[in-house]
Design a protein around this ligand. Sequence first.
Ligand code: HEM
Length: 408
Amino acid sequence: MNVTDRIALDPFGADIPAEIARLRELGPIVPVELPGGIPAWAPTRYDTLKQLILDPRVSKDPRLHWRLWAEVGDRPAWHWILGWVGVVNMLSTYGEDHARLRRLVAPSFTHRRTEAMRPRVTAITEELLDALDASPDGTADLRAAYAHALPMRMICDLVGVPEELRDAFARLIAALMDTSDPSPERAAAVQQQLGTVLPALIAHKRKLPGDDLTTELIRVRDEDGDRLSDDELLHMMLLIVGAGFETTVNLIGNAVVALLRDPAQLAAVRAGTIGWDAVVDETLRVHPSIASLPLRFAVTDLTVDGVTVPAGDAIVTTYAAAGLDPERYGPDVAAFDAARGADDHLAFGIGVHRCVGAPLARVEALTALPALFDRFPDLRLAVDPGELRQVSSFVVYGWREIPVLLRG
Ligand code: HEM
Protein backbone atom coordinates (compact mmCIF):
# COMPACT_ATOMS: atom_id res chain seq x y z
CA MET A 1 0.00 0.00 0.00
CA ASN A 2 1.02 3.61 -0.51
CA VAL A 3 2.42 5.48 2.51
CA THR A 4 0.02 8.31 1.76
CA ASP A 5 -2.83 5.94 2.72
CA ARG A 6 -1.99 5.89 6.40
CA ILE A 7 -4.49 4.29 8.76
CA ALA A 8 -5.18 6.35 11.87
CA LEU A 9 -4.88 4.21 15.02
CA ASP A 10 -7.85 4.67 17.34
CA PRO A 11 -6.57 6.89 20.18
CA PHE A 12 -9.19 5.33 22.50
CA GLY A 13 -8.11 1.74 21.74
CA ALA A 14 -11.82 0.86 21.76
CA ASP A 15 -11.48 -2.42 19.83
CA ILE A 16 -7.82 -3.31 19.50
CA PRO A 17 -8.30 -6.87 18.09
CA ALA A 18 -10.56 -5.57 15.30
CA GLU A 19 -8.08 -2.82 14.46
CA ILE A 20 -5.23 -5.33 14.32
CA ALA A 21 -7.22 -7.64 12.05
CA ARG A 22 -7.89 -4.75 9.65
CA LEU A 23 -4.23 -3.71 9.60
CA ARG A 24 -3.03 -7.27 9.09
CA GLU A 25 -5.03 -7.53 5.88
CA LEU A 26 -2.98 -4.64 4.51
CA GLY A 27 0.39 -6.31 5.00
CA PRO A 28 3.11 -7.34 7.45
CA ILE A 29 4.07 -3.75 8.24
CA VAL A 30 1.65 -0.93 7.57
CA PRO A 31 1.91 2.88 7.54
CA VAL A 32 -0.24 4.29 10.34
CA GLU A 33 -0.87 7.58 12.12
CA LEU A 34 -0.68 7.91 15.87
CA PRO A 35 -2.93 10.45 17.65
CA GLY A 36 -2.33 13.98 16.39
CA GLY A 37 -1.22 12.59 13.01
CA ILE A 38 2.25 11.32 13.91
CA PRO A 39 3.38 8.99 11.09
CA ALA A 40 4.75 5.56 12.01
CA TRP A 41 4.95 1.98 10.78
CA ALA A 42 2.99 -0.77 12.52
CA PRO A 43 4.19 -4.40 12.22
CA THR A 44 1.17 -6.69 12.18
CA ARG A 45 2.82 -10.10 12.52
CA TYR A 46 4.72 -11.87 15.27
CA ASP A 47 7.80 -12.66 13.15
CA THR A 48 7.96 -9.16 11.67
CA LEU A 49 7.78 -7.50 15.07
CA LYS A 50 10.34 -9.84 16.61
CA GLN A 51 12.76 -9.32 13.73
CA LEU A 52 12.48 -5.53 14.04
CA ILE A 53 12.90 -5.45 17.83
CA LEU A 54 16.01 -7.62 17.59
CA ASP A 55 17.56 -5.67 14.69
CA PRO A 56 20.43 -3.49 15.96
CA ARG A 57 19.57 -1.04 13.17
CA VAL A 58 16.37 -0.20 15.01
CA SER A 59 16.88 2.47 17.67
CA LYS A 60 14.81 3.86 20.51
CA ASP A 61 16.50 7.27 20.64
CA PRO A 62 14.46 9.97 18.88
CA ARG A 63 17.17 12.55 19.39
CA LEU A 64 19.59 10.49 17.29
CA HIS A 65 17.36 8.67 14.86
CA TRP A 66 13.91 10.20 14.31
CA ARG A 67 13.79 12.31 11.15
CA LEU A 68 10.86 14.32 12.53
CA TRP A 69 12.28 14.93 16.02
CA ALA A 70 13.16 18.56 15.28
CA GLU A 71 9.57 19.22 14.15
CA VAL A 72 7.82 17.97 17.30
CA GLY A 73 8.20 21.26 19.16
CA ASP A 74 6.57 23.20 16.30
CA ARG A 75 3.60 20.87 16.01
CA PRO A 76 1.31 21.28 19.03
CA ALA A 77 -0.74 18.19 18.11
CA TRP A 78 2.41 16.10 18.50
CA HIS A 79 3.43 17.39 21.92
CA TRP A 80 1.77 14.45 23.71
CA ILE A 81 4.50 12.14 22.34
CA LEU A 82 7.07 14.01 24.44
CA GLY A 83 5.75 12.22 27.53
CA TRP A 84 6.91 8.98 25.83
CA VAL A 85 9.99 9.79 23.80
CA GLY A 86 10.98 13.24 25.10
CA VAL A 87 12.15 11.78 28.41
CA VAL A 88 15.64 10.30 28.67
CA ASN A 89 15.65 6.87 30.26
CA MET A 90 16.24 3.25 29.33
CA LEU A 91 13.14 3.15 27.19
CA SER A 92 14.22 6.05 24.95
CA THR A 93 17.95 5.45 24.54
CA TYR A 94 20.09 3.35 22.24
CA GLY A 95 23.39 1.49 22.30
CA GLU A 96 25.87 2.40 25.02
CA ASP A 97 23.60 5.05 26.62
CA HIS A 98 20.92 2.43 27.08
CA ALA A 99 23.38 -0.14 28.43
CA ARG A 100 24.77 2.42 30.92
CA LEU A 101 21.30 3.26 32.27
CA ARG A 102 20.16 -0.36 32.38
CA ARG A 103 23.25 -1.40 34.38
CA LEU A 104 22.21 1.03 37.11
CA VAL A 105 18.87 -0.62 37.86
CA ALA A 106 19.00 -4.18 36.53
CA PRO A 107 20.67 -5.56 39.71
CA SER A 108 17.63 -4.45 41.73
CA PHE A 109 15.32 -6.68 39.69
CA THR A 110 17.15 -9.98 39.38
CA HIS A 111 15.29 -13.22 40.15
CA ARG A 112 17.10 -13.42 43.49
CA ARG A 113 16.21 -9.87 44.52
CA THR A 114 12.65 -10.43 43.36
CA GLU A 115 12.33 -13.65 45.37
CA ALA A 116 13.28 -11.64 48.43
CA MET A 117 10.24 -9.41 47.76
CA ARG A 118 7.80 -12.33 47.84
CA PRO A 119 6.93 -12.08 51.57
CA ARG A 120 6.07 -8.41 51.14
CA VAL A 121 3.90 -9.19 48.09
CA THR A 122 2.08 -11.85 50.11
CA ALA A 123 1.58 -9.53 53.08
CA ILE A 124 0.11 -6.73 50.95
CA THR A 125 -2.11 -9.25 49.11
CA GLU A 126 -3.52 -10.56 52.39
CA GLU A 127 -4.14 -7.03 53.65
CA LEU A 128 -6.02 -6.12 50.46
CA LEU A 129 -8.08 -9.32 50.59
CA ASP A 130 -9.04 -8.56 54.19
CA ALA A 131 -10.16 -5.09 53.13
CA LEU A 132 -12.24 -6.60 50.29
CA ASP A 133 -13.72 -9.14 52.73
CA ALA A 134 -14.93 -6.24 54.84
CA SER A 135 -16.91 -4.72 51.95
CA PRO A 136 -20.31 -4.12 53.56
CA ASP A 137 -22.39 -4.90 50.46
CA GLY A 138 -20.10 -7.59 49.03
CA THR A 139 -19.24 -5.56 45.92
CA ALA A 140 -15.97 -3.99 44.81
CA ASP A 141 -14.14 -2.46 41.89
CA LEU A 142 -11.46 -5.09 41.68
CA ARG A 143 -9.19 -2.91 39.59
CA ALA A 144 -8.95 -0.09 42.10
CA ALA A 145 -9.13 -2.15 45.27
CA TYR A 146 -6.86 -5.02 44.28
CA ALA A 147 -5.25 -5.12 40.82
CA HIS A 148 -4.05 -1.51 41.14
CA ALA A 149 -3.33 -1.42 44.84
CA LEU A 150 -0.81 -4.29 45.01
CA PRO A 151 1.66 -3.28 42.26
CA MET A 152 1.35 0.38 43.18
CA ARG A 153 2.31 -0.27 46.79
CA MET A 154 5.13 -2.64 45.83
CA ILE A 155 6.77 -0.33 43.32
CA CYS A 156 6.37 2.76 45.50
CA ASP A 157 8.01 0.92 48.41
CA LEU A 158 10.86 -0.22 46.18
CA VAL A 159 11.43 3.20 44.66
CA GLY A 160 10.84 5.03 47.95
CA VAL A 161 7.84 7.14 46.86
CA PRO A 162 6.46 8.68 50.08
CA GLU A 163 2.76 8.28 50.91
CA GLU A 164 2.02 11.93 50.20
CA LEU A 165 3.29 11.68 46.59
CA ARG A 166 1.66 8.38 45.62
CA ASP A 167 -1.66 9.78 44.41
CA ALA A 168 0.14 12.43 42.37
CA PHE A 169 2.27 9.71 40.74
CA ALA A 170 -0.81 7.60 39.99
CA ARG A 171 -2.55 10.61 38.40
CA LEU A 172 0.53 11.48 36.34
CA ILE A 173 0.92 7.94 35.01
CA ALA A 174 -2.82 7.66 34.25
CA ALA A 175 -2.67 10.95 32.32
CA LEU A 176 0.36 9.74 30.34
CA MET A 177 -1.26 6.41 29.49
CA ASP A 178 -4.56 7.95 28.32
CA THR A 179 -3.88 8.72 24.65
CA SER A 180 -7.44 9.75 23.79
CA ASP A 181 -6.76 13.49 23.97
CA PRO A 182 -3.68 14.58 22.01
CA SER A 183 -4.46 18.29 22.55
CA PRO A 184 -1.52 20.58 23.33
CA GLU A 185 -3.28 21.76 26.50
CA ARG A 186 -3.42 18.23 27.78
CA ALA A 187 0.23 17.61 26.82
CA ALA A 188 1.23 20.80 28.64
CA ALA A 189 -0.66 19.66 31.74
CA VAL A 190 1.24 16.33 31.69
CA GLN A 191 4.57 18.14 31.29
CA GLN A 192 3.62 20.39 34.17
CA GLN A 193 2.85 17.35 36.36
CA LEU A 194 6.15 15.76 35.30
CA GLY A 195 7.94 18.95 36.28
CA THR A 196 6.53 18.90 39.80
CA VAL A 197 6.09 15.26 40.84
CA LEU A 198 9.55 13.99 39.81
CA PRO A 199 11.59 16.82 41.41
CA ALA A 200 9.42 16.46 44.54
CA LEU A 201 10.46 12.80 44.81
CA ILE A 202 14.16 13.60 44.41
CA ALA A 203 13.94 16.50 46.90
CA HIS A 204 12.19 14.25 49.42
CA LYS A 205 14.81 11.51 49.11
CA ARG A 206 17.66 13.97 49.37
CA LYS A 207 16.20 15.09 52.69
CA LEU A 208 15.17 11.65 53.90
CA PRO A 209 17.35 8.99 52.22
CA GLY A 210 16.21 5.40 52.63
CA ASP A 211 16.91 1.84 51.55
CA ASP A 212 15.35 2.36 48.14
CA LEU A 213 16.14 2.76 44.45
CA THR A 214 15.76 6.55 44.31
CA THR A 215 18.27 7.02 47.13
CA GLU A 216 20.64 4.64 45.34
CA LEU A 217 20.39 6.52 42.04
CA ILE A 218 20.84 9.90 43.77
CA ARG A 219 24.07 8.49 45.24
CA VAL A 220 25.24 7.43 41.75
CA ARG A 221 24.35 10.87 40.38
CA ASP A 222 26.25 12.66 43.13
CA GLU A 223 29.33 10.43 42.96
CA ASP A 224 29.69 10.34 39.18
CA GLY A 225 27.57 12.60 36.95
CA ASP A 226 28.88 10.81 33.85
CA ARG A 227 26.93 7.73 34.83
CA LEU A 228 23.62 9.56 35.31
CA SER A 229 22.57 13.11 34.41
CA ASP A 230 19.95 15.11 36.34
CA ASP A 231 17.30 14.55 33.66
CA GLU A 232 18.13 10.86 33.44
CA LEU A 233 17.69 10.54 37.20
CA LEU A 234 14.22 12.15 37.06
CA HIS A 235 13.10 10.23 34.01
CA MET A 236 14.37 6.87 35.22
CA MET A 237 12.16 7.25 38.28
CA LEU A 238 9.19 8.03 36.02
CA LEU A 239 9.87 4.93 33.92
CA ILE A 240 10.29 2.59 36.84
CA VAL A 241 7.19 3.73 38.68
CA GLY A 242 5.11 3.91 35.48
CA ALA A 243 6.27 0.63 33.97
CA GLY A 244 6.31 -0.94 37.41
CA PHE A 245 2.65 -0.67 38.25
CA GLU A 246 0.32 0.21 35.36
CA THR A 247 1.40 -2.88 33.41
CA THR A 248 0.98 -5.30 36.29
CA VAL A 249 -2.38 -3.75 37.23
CA ASN A 250 -3.66 -4.74 33.81
CA LEU A 251 -2.06 -8.17 33.87
CA ILE A 252 -3.93 -8.99 37.09
CA GLY A 253 -7.16 -7.31 35.93
CA ASN A 254 -7.13 -8.89 32.47
CA ALA A 255 -6.51 -12.37 33.90
CA VAL A 256 -9.35 -12.01 36.42
CA VAL A 257 -11.80 -10.93 33.73
CA ALA A 258 -10.69 -13.69 31.32
CA LEU A 259 -11.29 -16.35 33.99
CA LEU A 260 -14.59 -14.90 35.21
CA ARG A 261 -15.85 -14.94 31.62
CA ASP A 262 -14.98 -18.62 31.26
CA PRO A 263 -16.13 -20.65 34.29
CA ALA A 264 -15.01 -23.99 32.76
CA GLN A 265 -11.47 -22.73 32.37
CA LEU A 266 -11.52 -21.23 35.86
CA ALA A 267 -12.64 -24.60 37.21
CA ALA A 268 -9.73 -26.32 35.41
CA VAL A 269 -7.30 -23.83 36.92
CA ARG A 270 -8.78 -24.27 40.39
CA ALA A 271 -8.55 -28.04 40.00
CA GLY A 272 -4.88 -27.71 39.07
CA THR A 273 -5.33 -29.05 35.53
CA ILE A 274 -4.08 -25.74 34.16
CA GLY A 275 -1.31 -23.89 36.01
CA TRP A 276 -1.43 -20.25 37.08
CA ASP A 277 1.77 -19.66 35.10
CA ALA A 278 -0.11 -20.66 31.97
CA VAL A 279 -2.94 -18.26 32.88
CA VAL A 280 -0.43 -15.42 33.17
CA ASP A 281 1.20 -16.22 29.83
CA GLU A 282 -2.09 -16.62 27.99
CA THR A 283 -3.30 -13.31 29.43
CA LEU A 284 -0.13 -11.63 28.20
CA ARG A 285 -0.56 -13.17 24.74
CA VAL A 286 -4.24 -12.36 24.18
CA HIS A 287 -4.57 -9.20 26.23
CA PRO A 288 -1.04 -7.81 26.76
CA SER A 289 -0.82 -4.94 29.26
CA ILE A 290 0.92 -2.87 26.59
CA ALA A 291 -0.88 -3.21 23.26
CA SER A 292 1.50 -0.94 21.34
CA LEU A 293 4.44 1.13 22.50
CA PRO A 294 5.76 4.36 20.98
CA LEU A 295 8.38 4.47 19.42
CA ARG A 296 11.34 2.87 17.64
CA PHE A 297 13.26 4.37 14.71
CA ALA A 298 14.94 2.94 11.60
CA VAL A 299 18.65 3.82 11.77
CA THR A 300 19.12 2.93 8.07
CA ASP A 301 16.72 1.94 5.32
CA LEU A 302 15.32 -1.43 6.43
CA THR A 303 13.57 -3.97 4.27
CA VAL A 304 11.28 -6.32 6.19
CA ASP A 305 9.00 -8.85 4.55
CA GLY A 306 9.42 -7.01 1.26
CA VAL A 307 8.52 -3.56 2.65
CA THR A 308 11.16 -0.82 2.99
CA VAL A 309 11.04 1.41 6.05
CA PRO A 310 13.16 4.47 5.24
CA ALA A 311 15.91 5.58 7.61
CA GLY A 312 14.58 8.00 10.22
CA ASP A 313 10.99 6.69 10.15
CA ALA A 314 9.20 5.78 13.36
CA ILE A 315 7.94 2.29 14.20
CA VAL A 316 5.33 1.44 16.83
CA THR A 317 6.02 -1.75 18.79
CA THR A 318 2.84 -3.78 18.39
CA TYR A 319 2.76 -6.45 21.10
CA ALA A 320 -0.99 -7.09 20.80
CA ALA A 321 -0.68 -7.70 17.05
CA ALA A 322 2.09 -10.25 17.67
CA GLY A 323 0.01 -12.12 20.26
CA LEU A 324 -3.03 -12.21 17.98
CA ASP A 325 -1.18 -13.38 14.86
CA PRO A 326 -3.01 -16.42 13.44
CA GLU A 327 0.12 -17.47 11.53
CA ARG A 328 1.80 -17.98 14.89
CA TYR A 329 -1.04 -19.16 17.09
CA GLY A 330 -3.62 -20.66 14.73
CA PRO A 331 -7.12 -19.72 13.61
CA ASP A 332 -8.58 -19.57 17.16
CA VAL A 333 -5.97 -16.97 18.05
CA ALA A 334 -8.42 -14.62 19.79
CA ALA A 335 -9.70 -17.29 22.18
CA PHE A 336 -8.31 -17.23 25.71
CA ASP A 337 -7.10 -20.79 26.18
CA ALA A 338 -4.52 -21.15 28.93
CA ALA A 339 -4.12 -24.84 28.06
CA ARG A 340 -2.44 -23.93 24.75
CA GLY A 341 0.76 -23.21 26.71
CA ALA A 342 1.91 -20.27 24.57
CA ASP A 343 4.77 -18.90 26.63
CA ASP A 344 6.61 -17.46 23.63
CA HIS A 345 4.61 -14.19 23.58
CA LEU A 346 6.50 -10.92 23.24
CA ALA A 347 4.48 -9.04 25.89
CA PHE A 348 7.56 -8.45 28.07
CA GLY A 349 9.58 -7.42 25.02
CA ILE A 350 12.68 -9.22 23.78
CA GLY A 351 16.34 -8.35 23.28
CA VAL A 352 18.24 -5.59 25.05
CA HIS A 353 15.10 -3.70 26.14
CA ARG A 354 13.38 -6.81 27.54
CA CYS A 355 11.38 -5.89 30.63
CA VAL A 356 13.56 -5.73 33.72
CA GLY A 357 10.50 -6.04 35.95
CA ALA A 358 9.13 -9.25 34.41
CA PRO A 359 10.11 -11.44 37.41
CA LEU A 360 8.42 -8.98 39.79
CA ALA A 361 5.29 -8.79 37.64
CA ARG A 362 5.10 -12.60 37.67
CA VAL A 363 5.56 -12.87 41.42
CA GLU A 364 2.81 -10.29 41.93
CA ALA A 365 0.35 -11.90 39.51
CA LEU A 366 1.12 -15.44 40.68
CA THR A 367 0.48 -14.38 44.26
CA ALA A 368 -2.56 -12.16 43.66
CA LEU A 369 -4.53 -14.44 41.33
CA PRO A 370 -4.69 -17.71 43.30
CA ALA A 371 -5.14 -15.83 46.57
CA LEU A 372 -8.12 -13.92 45.18
CA PHE A 373 -9.92 -17.02 43.87
CA ASP A 374 -9.15 -18.94 47.09
CA ARG A 375 -10.58 -16.21 49.26
CA PHE A 376 -13.65 -15.61 47.08
CA PRO A 377 -14.58 -18.93 45.42
CA ASP A 378 -17.91 -17.52 44.20
CA LEU A 379 -16.46 -14.31 42.76
CA ARG A 380 -18.25 -13.06 39.64
CA LEU A 381 -18.59 -10.00 37.47
CA ALA A 382 -21.29 -7.60 38.64
CA VAL A 383 -21.99 -6.46 35.07
CA ASP A 384 -22.39 -8.09 31.71
CA PRO A 385 -18.87 -8.52 30.21
CA GLY A 386 -20.01 -6.39 27.26
CA GLU A 387 -20.39 -3.44 29.63
CA LEU A 388 -16.75 -3.44 30.74
CA ARG A 389 -14.87 -0.45 29.37
CA GLN A 390 -11.28 -0.36 28.13
CA VAL A 391 -8.76 2.20 29.41
CA SER A 392 -8.79 5.02 26.80
CA SER A 393 -5.46 4.30 25.19
CA PHE A 394 -3.82 2.67 22.20
CA VAL A 395 -0.85 1.87 24.48
CA VAL A 396 -2.35 0.49 27.67
CA TYR A 397 -4.65 -2.50 27.27
CA GLY A 398 -6.83 -3.17 30.26
CA TRP A 399 -10.18 -2.60 31.96
CA ARG A 400 -11.02 0.77 33.45
CA GLU A 401 -13.11 -0.75 36.22
CA ILE A 402 -13.85 -4.35 37.16
CA PRO A 403 -17.09 -4.36 39.17
CA VAL A 404 -17.50 -7.69 40.99
CA LEU A 405 -19.75 -9.49 43.45
CA LEU A 406 -17.35 -10.99 45.93
CA ARG A 407 -19.63 -13.74 47.17
CA GLY A 408 -21.49 -14.58 43.97
C1 HEM B 1 2.76 -7.31 33.29
C2 HEM B 1 3.71 -6.50 33.61
C3 HEM B 1 4.67 -5.89 32.65
C4 HEM B 1 4.67 -5.87 31.28
C5 HEM B 1 3.63 -6.48 30.33
C6 HEM B 1 5.82 -5.14 30.85
C7 HEM B 1 6.19 -4.94 29.54
C8 HEM B 1 7.39 -4.39 29.13
C9 HEM B 1 7.86 -4.33 27.78
C10 HEM B 1 7.07 -4.83 26.57
C11 HEM B 1 9.06 -3.75 27.76
C12 HEM B 1 9.98 -3.57 26.57
C13 HEM B 1 9.86 -2.23 25.95
C14 HEM B 1 10.61 -2.13 24.66
O1 HEM B 1 11.17 -3.09 24.11
O2 HEM B 1 10.63 -1.04 24.13
C15 HEM B 1 9.35 -3.40 29.13
C16 HEM B 1 10.47 -2.75 29.52
C17 HEM B 1 10.67 -2.32 30.81
N1 HEM B 1 9.92 -2.65 31.92
FE1 HEM B 1 8.28 -3.76 31.96
N2 HEM B 1 6.50 -4.71 31.96
C18 HEM B 1 5.83 -5.16 33.07
C19 HEM B 1 6.19 -4.98 34.39
C20 HEM B 1 7.24 -4.22 34.80
C21 HEM B 1 7.61 -4.02 36.17
C22 HEM B 1 6.92 -4.62 37.40
C23 HEM B 1 8.68 -3.20 36.16
C24 HEM B 1 9.37 -2.75 37.41
C25 HEM B 1 10.30 -1.98 37.52
C26 HEM B 1 9.01 -2.90 34.76
C27 HEM B 1 10.03 -2.09 34.31
C28 HEM B 1 10.46 -2.01 33.00
C29 HEM B 1 11.59 -1.22 32.56
C30 HEM B 1 12.48 -0.37 33.46
C31 HEM B 1 11.73 -1.42 31.19
C32 HEM B 1 12.77 -0.80 30.26
C33 HEM B 1 13.83 -1.81 29.92
C34 HEM B 1 14.78 -1.30 28.88
O3 HEM B 1 14.42 -0.43 28.07
O4 HEM B 1 15.93 -1.75 28.89
N3 HEM B 1 8.11 -3.54 33.97
N4 HEM B 1 8.33 -3.82 29.94
